[in-house]
Design a protein around this ligand. Sequence first.
Ligand code: OAD
Length: 238
Amino acid sequence: MYDELKEIIEQSNNIVFLGGAGVSTESGIPDFRSADGLYNTKIKYGSSPEEIISHSYFMRHTETFYEYYFENMVYPEAKPNIAHFALAKLEEMGKLKAVVTQNIDNLHQLAGSKNVLELHGSVYRNYCMECGKFYPLKDIIDSEGVPKCECGGTIKPDVVLYEEPLDNDVWNKAYKAISEADVLIVGGTSLVVYPAASLVSAYRGNKLVLINKGETTYDHLAKLAIHDSIGRVFSEIM
Ligand code: OAD
C-alpha cells in the first residue's frame, strides 16, 4: 500500500491535496465529527456547536459566539505536524501544485506551503463589518467581549460560517487545480460538508488517493484508500 502510494507520488508532478480537520488532529486540534471531535463534545451553551458557528448566531449572539470560538476554534500555539511538512516539501520539489483545505488554522502556511486555498477562510484574518479594516488574530485574541474596530464596528473572523457562501475566487482556483490534477490526494476529511466535498467530483484523473482514519462515502472511487493516521502515512513514504 505504502509502496503504491510512493510510486503514484514519484510518477507525478501535478498532485493536488484536498484536506480537512484530520490533517491537524496530530497537531492537537480536535476535528469535528470523530468521537472526541468538537461536535461530540458536551458544551455549556443551550445551542449546538453547528448552530453557534452559523451566520445568524454570530449576528444575534456575537458575544457568546466569540466565547465559544476562542475556546474551541482558535489554537495559536499549534504547530504543523509531519503531514503539513510533507505536503510543503512535495510543493518545493515541484510535485504538488496546491493544497486545498477546509481548515482555518494556518498550519499549512506555517509548514512552508505557498499555494494554499482556504475554502473556509482563516482565523488569522479578521475584518471590521463596518469599514472593512483587517486585523490579525493577535489584535483581537485578548479582547474583552466582542472585538471592536477603531471605528466602533464589530470585527468578524474571516471564516466561513454555516449559512455563508464560500469565496468565489478561492473556489474557482481550487476547482481548476483539482480538475487539472494528475493525482488527487484527499486526507483527514469526512467529506460530508458541501460544497467542499463536491470538489472530489471535479477530479478527472484515475489516481484518487484517500487517507482517512475512517471510511468515507467516496472510498469506492479511490485507486487507493488508506485507513490510517495521515501523519503515519506520510512518515512511511517520505
Ligand atoms: P470532520 O471532523 O468531519 O472529519 C475529519 C475526518 O478526519 C474524520 O473522518 C476522521 O476520521 C479523520 N481523522 C481524524 N484524525 C485523523 C488523522 N490523524 N489522520 C487521518 N484521518 C484523521 O472534519 P472535516 O471533514 O474537515 O466547517 O469537516 C468539514 C467542515 O465541517 C469543517 O471545515 C467545518 C465543519 O463544520 C465549517 O466550520 C464551515
